[in-house]
Design a protein around this ligand. Structure first.
Ligand SMILES: [Cu+2]
Length: 506
């Protein structure tokens, strides 16, 4: 492996991004499919084409008779589409169904999940990205075994050639004469370089294929971010990627009303901001940085394309101390710093039932009700309850159309995910599939329909109040063990409140 390739591979390994999230490749969706409440998890293969795993868990309702799943490139089936697959009950698990799905091309897919049972039938669309994110390596024992087998085949082939020349045309039992033996030696000597040449060509083919795969590995659009040191601390994010500038992507569409959700997370997790930059031109965004504690920050910017494809653009930057008062450019911008709040709960014992409470800026408390230990790979519900100063359940107002927004990051930054009560999916991506029509060939047409639909839907209609008043539930499956921080944002009395929680995942 030459240096260029090893460099690329290291970069790919370090930046294990998975589309709209970082290091959290699974898509989790929770919502109503007709009379049933379901949690759908799609585990992408990480290669294209590849086989995705899908599980459908029935959360409420009973008497399911069939669960059909179908991956579609567009929003609705066309004549060429194969029939849907039937998800089978998972042995030993109640109300859990699973199936495998081929994702043949790269890009955005909608997984159509149709459930039918005694109570009726329902359907949900789960948008997923089909992208190549990994390159499988050889482990040493496998490499040694394959090398051994290859050497055996090489020697075997030479032996066969020699034997064929020496005695293949002789009647059984006849000894080959000296001339045949000599010829057999010469042919074997000739066969060695020929076979070696074939091996060499094979290696070349392998390398070309490998390079093509490595080049096709997903990486988010390249961006450049700067903070102007003048008044107001303006952050400018420019998409400098040639594929974006060359219009190889569909335009961006707003996701819960914003073209971009930009998050700043200080390296030591002591500062956090959730901002919505304004688009200055087709590749430049601008926002005012809140008075965050200065330091090195990781930047994550979530965007959704008209195709339904979602991405998280990545960068890291130095945020200087801000002497000026902050004037937010977007009313939904919010930020948090650790000393602003008295308690970041540090209850990390592995007890089966525990609570951690964060007191928020206006005296409201946010309590994480944990009823089980956190285990990587297991899907669960993060449940938070909001109480006012008086101890009564708080009244949650929709914050950008949703009861709550949450960001989960592993302390080392290897995992970043932006989460809602509906899971890790992007609402705009789901809308892009639901509203797509066969005639949508002009860029921007579908996008304007999505914008209109986002304005039209009553925010409260999208509210999922499963756990009762003042409670938000967020479905998630932690991808890897480690130390995590969770920021949960709710809106109470017109004010966006942010609480932070720590968690150890085993
Ligand atoms: Cu959000």
């Amino acid at each position: 492996m030459n240096r260029r390739w090893s460099g690329t591979l290291v970069a790919a390994a370090v930046l294990f991004v998975a589309s709209a999230h970082v290091g959290s490749p699974d898509t989790v969706f929770e919502g109503a499919a007709g009379p049933y409440r379901v949690r759908v998890i799609v585990r992408p293969p990480g290669i294209v084409p590849g086989l995705a795993e899908i599980t459908v868990r029935l959360l409420s309702g009973s008497g399911l008779q069939s669960v059909l799943v179908l991956p579609l490139r567009g929003g609705r089936p066309t004549a060429e589409e194969p029939p849907p697959d039937s998800a089978k009950p998972v042995p030993g698990a109640r109300d859990l169904y699973s199936a495998q799905l081929w994702l043949m091309e790269g890009g955005a897919y909608s997984i159509q999940v149709a459930v039918r049972g005694a109570a009726g039938s329902g359907r949900v669309i789960v948008p997923v990205n089909s992208i190549a994110t990994r390159r499988l390596g050889f482990d040493t024992p496998l490499a040694i075994a394959l090398l051994g087998l290859g050497a055996f085949l090489f020697v075997g082939a030479i032996t066969i050639v020699g034997a064929a020349v020496r005695e293949s045309v002789l009647p059984p039992g006849t000894e080959p004469d000296a001339g045949r033996r000599r010829r057999s030696w010469w042919i074997r000597l000739l066969a060695v370089p020929l076979l070696a040449l074939a091996l060499f060509a094979g290696k070349k083919w392998w390398d070309v294929d490998d390079a093509a795969h490595t080049a096709s590995l997903y990486r988010p659009l390249v961006v450049k971010t700067t903070i102007a040191s003048g008044p107001g601390h303006v952050l400018t994010l420019a998409i400098t990627d040639s594929e974006w500038l060359g219009r190889q992507f569909t335009p961006l569409v707003p996701d819960h009303g914003k073209l971009m959700h930009l998050f700043l997370v200080r390296d030591d997790l002591q500062g956090f901001a959730h901002l919505h930059p304004l688009m200055v031109d087709s590749s430049t965004f601008r926002t005012a940085v809140p008075p965050l504690p200065p330091g090195r920050y990781r930047l994550y910017a979530d965007v959704v394309h008209e195709s339904g494809f979602t991405q998280t653009l990545l960068d890291s930057l130095e945020v200087p101390a801000s002497p000026d008062p902050w004037r937010a450019l977007d009313p939904d911008d919010s930020w948090w710093e650790s000393r602003q709040l008295s308690a970041v709960s540090h209850q990390m014992s592995d007890g089966s039932s525990q609570r951690s409470t964060a007191s928020l800026a206006d005296g409201t408390t946010l309590t994480w009700e944990r009823d089980s230990a956190l285990v990587a790979g297991r899907d669960m519900e993060l449940r938070f309850s909001v109480r006012g100063r008086d101890g009564q359940p708080g009244t949650l107002e929709p914050y950008m159309g949703m009861p709550s927004h949450a960001v989960i990051t592993r302390a080392d930054g290897a995992v970043f995910v932006h989460l809602h009560p509906a899971g890790t999916i992007s609402m705009a991506s789901q809308l892009a599939f639901a509203l797509r029509q066969p005639g949508d060939t002009v860029r921007g047409v579908l996008g304007s329909r999505i914008t209109a639909a986002e304005h039209a839907t009553s925010p409260m209609a999208a509210m999922v109040m499963e756990g009762g008043p003042g409670t938000v539930t967020l479905p998630y499956a932690f991808p890897q063990p480690g130390l995590y921080r969770i920021w949960v944002q709710v809106k109470v009395k017109g004010r966006v409140l942010t609480g932070a929680f720590d968690a150890r995942v085993n």
